[in-house]
Design a protein around this ligand. Sequence first.
Ligand code: ZN
Length: 314
Amino acid sequence: MTNKDVLNELFKEHLQNCSLSGLNSICKSDLHNHFGRGGSREYLESIFNIKIDSPPEKFEAFSHMDEWFIENIKKYCPYLKRLEAAFVQAASDNISVLAASFGFDEENMMAFIQTMKSLNLQFAPNTILLPEYALDRACDTDRELSRLDEVLSYKWFKSIDISYNEFAQPIKKFKKIYRKAKEYGLILRAHVGEFGTADDVMEAVEELELDEVHHGIAAAKSEQVMKWLSDHKIQLNVCPTSNIILRVVESYSVHPIRQLFDYGIPVTINTDDMLVFNQSVSQEYLNIFKSGLMNAEELDIIREIGLRALEHYN
Ligand SMILES: [Zn+2]
């Protein structure tokens, strides 16, 4: 048996035994992670000696989640410490490859990159960080386009994303930005099909020539779109707990990742905003397994799909 075979067997065994500590020990990816929200509440509670109240069981809307985050966490925990917490979390869950998204407004980008590199080394030396440049869907696209050369000239970012309000403006407004990002060799991703429709997913992939979609679960409502995504091997980076708490999906046992997987679409399992949703990647796998939605073999295939992101590292 090769080392890889051993890991495959162990991962499945830990799922079947519902062993969270066992799952923690197996290498995994997290490819949809808003890094300023990527840590655990327990860690921030311990370093700031504070008590963070749990969020409501479900949020009324996306804005409700943002308000909760600002009031309960952002107010008390500065950005750099939250980034430190995100590295600590990645190390504790054995995340070997992490696409960490940053909404960017740094005055001194060189200094920020150096800080990230030293935090990476100090708190998660075995985690390969693939920094993602996150645009707000409501941003001024002309302004973003004009500064993109500078942002990407540091050759730090490996991917680009659009997040927040999916309905803020038409996706095609980002076309020029994505053309340029492609010239720089970035992986092209965008949040779409979380609250929107299957057609929105297809439109975004076509207009922006996306390699991957963050969420994209609305695609499961259209057989035609699922077949198209499968034919084009467009990867969907799915976050089950986020979907449940934001009322997009009723429960783990009916999550559309099942249909997406069955159509042969590459899917991965990720945390989204760990500080809010409070489920590690290992817990996400376990939640899906325990619900009976997918078996250990299938979840191990998903784990391996995620680890392919290591190929983007150089
Ligand atoms: Zn997200």
